[in-house]
Design a protein around this ligand. Structure first.
Ligand SMILES: Cc1cc2nc3c(=O)[nH]c(=O)nc-3n(C[C@H](O)[C@H](O)[C@H](O)COP(=O)(O)OP(=O)(O)OC[C@H]3O[C@@H](n4cnc5c(N)ncnc54)[C@H](O)[C@@H]3O)c2cc1C
Length: 380
């Protein structure tokens, strides 16, 4: 197939799809609700497992991510609450690909890289704009936009995130993201905390109130996350964020203890977000409108796979469209290649979340993580 594609949502998934589709010869326009490239970027850093890097490599963006970020030689390691080494998580590489097990990068930098590449390959991006309706007429889709203009495309891609409005039109009101009972703090810290082990891979430290983790995202920079249990709907006052996080980190020694004591002081630098998740059963399309990324599978963060899977969606959707006679054939093939892969990751994340909350005693979190990482190295 060839034709013009309108992508609603210019996040990681929408931009990746835009690049892949342009490179395959489709006309591509992205409409993004946020006012500029950075206005929709929440959070601090992104884990890029080897399968994310493979998909980014396919759209010409892996090298820039690795140049700006921090590539590791192994996935990670686990410490006890006092900071003693417990186990390693080796991670995986892909035979024939010169890619590390993991790269970490800041979110703003990833958006800059994807946006620059999308523009370079000729995708147009309109900020501060959304759709008001999606109307299929014969072989075309008419999409009135919030700026009063109208886009006409052969295919519309809904890449508008976990609370997708396009999803409502394609699938209906269910499913919606559900809260897993945990919320995550995230804060940038130095990659080398004085007197502590270097953050040169993911470091996990399970303590009395939850799971602390450290991710390198640049030569000098890392971020700490802390997953802990909170009642649904909890919102914390931003001004008290540092005090609350320090209190939650009581009982930790080692790296987490040092970060608590010396690097948690600016409340405005701390992001606190509930962990919501969802996976929609197929079909992921209706007529000429198809969904990708968090709009159909909002991941829990425990395996760092949400963005990875959104990027893979864009690459696979492009492959299916390029090789199909009709949108319907392409969308069916796309969903067949994507659903089970996403389901496996989400199920493992749900299990890790339950284990972190103390509800899955005996669960081997290292084995489960390593198994999913290895499974994700299979071709997409
Ligand atoms: C705190 C946090 C940390 C995370 N850490 C990681 C990690 O380390 N590794 C990882 O792989 N994943 C991580 N994830 C998951 C990852 O961020 C998402 O899976 C990924 O961003 C999904 O990309 P997306 O493009 O589908 O959705 P989004 O990134 O949510 O992008 C959707 C875009 O659509 C726009 N939009 C929404 N509605 C409309 C509309 N009506 N019209 C036009 N535009 C619209 C939004 O402004 C946004 O730009 C994390 C998520 C969170 C919340």
């Amino acid at each position: 197939m060839k034709g013009d594609i309108l992508i609603i949502g210019g996040g990681i998934g929408g931009l990746s799809a835009a690049i892949a589709l342009r490179q395959a010869g489709f006309g591509v326009r992205v409409v993004e609700r946020a006012s500029d490239m950075h206005a929709s970027v929440h959070g601090v850093g992104i884990i890029q497992p080897v399968n994310a890097l493979r998909a980014l490599d396919a759209i010409g963006c892996a090298e820039a991510c690795m140049e700006s970020g921090y590539s590791t030689r192994a996935w990670g390691k686990v410490l006890d609450a006092e900071g003693n080494h417990v186990r390693d998580i080796p991670g995986a590489t892909i035979p024939g690909e010169d890619l590390p097990p993991m790269n970490g990068v800041t979110r703003p930098r990833l958006h800059e890289i994807l946006t620059a590449k999308a523009r370079e390959v000729g995708a147009s991006i309109t900020y501060g704009t959304t759709f008001t309706e999606i109307i299929e007429e014969g072989d075309k889709v008419r999409v009135p936009l919030s700026d009063g203009s109208e886009a006409v495309a052969d295919i519309v891609v809904g890449a508008d995130g976990a609370y997708s409005k396009v999803r409502r039109l394609v699938i209906g009101d269910e499913p919606q993201p559900t809260y897993n009972g945990q919320s995550a703090f995230r804060v940038n810290i130095p990659r080398q905390v004085p007197g502590e082990q270097e953050i040169d891979r993911i470091i996990l430290q399970h303590g009395p109130n939850g799971m602390a983790g450290f991710v390198p995202i640049g030569p000098e920079l890392a971020y700490m996350f802390f997953n802990s249990s909170w009642p649904e709907g909890t919102r914390l006052p931003q001004a008290e964020m540092a005090d609350i996080l320090r209190e939650k980190l009581e009982g930790f020694g080692g790296l987490t203890g040092a970060v608590r004591d010396h690097h948690i002081d600016d409340p405005d630098g701390i992001v606190f977000r509930p962990i919501d998740w969802m996976i929609a059963p197929p079909p992921w399309h209706k007529g000429r409108v198809v969904l990708l990324g968090d709009a159909v599978h909002a991941f829990l963060p425990h395996l760092g796979q949400g963005a990875a899977q959104a990027i893979e969606d864009g690459v696979v959707l492009t492959d299916c469209l390029a090789g199909a006679e009709t949108p319907e054939d392409a969308f069916v093939a796309y969903t067949e290649r994507r659903f089970e892969r996403c389901r496996i990751v989400i199920q493992c994340c749900v299990d890790i979340g339950e284990w972190e909350k103390g509800r899955l005693p005996g669960f081997d979190v290292v084995k489960a993580t390593q198994t999913v990482i290895e499974t994700m190295t299979a071709p997409i």
